[in-house]
Design a protein around this ligand. Structure first.
Ligand code: HEC
Ligand code: HEC
Ligand code: HEC
Length: 108
């Protein structure tokens, strides 16, 4: 009986820790995928922008983006003109969205 209790406590412990550690590792809003109609999906990584580039949450929230996926209607035309991702991806702070070889860096 005692053994059964120990085993079930261990199981409960594992079940509790796994989701919590997964949660702790997620940076900001995590990995987000945008699915435009006539282009390959775009993956945005919070991890790579926040940890990788040292960008602060306030660098994007709330001036460029809200904290909810799909809160703004982005399109390539606005991005190319320097809105949304294009605020940085203009060849100065980040790779240029207008450069044909860069399309696949976002659209994967
Ligand atoms: C380089 C820009 C950028 C930075 C820096 C950034 N975010 Fe985001 N975040 C985004 C974008 C883009 C979205 C999606 C917005 C949309 O679709 O309207 C988003 C969405 C979110 C969401 C909603 C996710 C969902 O599933 O709806 C949360 C929460 C969030 N961010 C938290 C944070 C936190 C916390 C930080 C700082 C640790 C941070 N973000 C830093 C760009 C950024
Ligand atoms: C910095 C990332 C990024 C780069 C680089 C990029 N795009 Fe996009 N693109 C996006 C995002 C974000 C959307 C909007 C996704 C959505 O609908 O939510 C989008 C949408 C689109 C769409 C869908 C229709 C529209 O007008 O919105 C097309 C087509 C497109 N991009 C083509 C391109 C081409 C061609 C290139 C290279 C010259 C390119 N993109 C480079 C991020 C990027
Ligand atoms: C506040 C500035 C900023 C904004 C806004 C921003 N980025 Fe970036 N991003 C950067 C910088 C800086 C880098 C690293 C330099 C480089 O690779 O050119 C980067 C790198 C990337 C990379 C390469 C690393 C990776 O994740 O594979 C992708 C893809 C990317 N960004 C997509 C996006 C998309 C999509 C958006 C809009 C939803 C966006 N970024 C908005 C600054 C920004």
């Amino acid at each position: 009986m005692k053994r059964l209790i120990i085993v079930s406590m261990a199981v409960v412990l594992v079940c509790l820790t796994v989701p919590f550690s997964a949660f702790a590792q997620k940076v900001g809003g995590g990995d987000l995928t945008f699915t435009p109609k006539n282009a390959a999906p775009v993956v945005f990584s919070h991890e790579k922008h926040v940890n990788g580039q040292g960008l602060k949450c306030t660098g994007c929230h709330y001036q460029i983006f809200q904290m909810a996926q799909g809160s703004y209607k982005m399109d390539m035309n606005k991005i190319t003109k320097g809105d949304f991702c294009g605020k940085c991806h203009n060849g100065q702070k980040g790779f240029d969205v207008k450069e044909p070889k860069n399309c696949v860096r976002c659209h994967r």
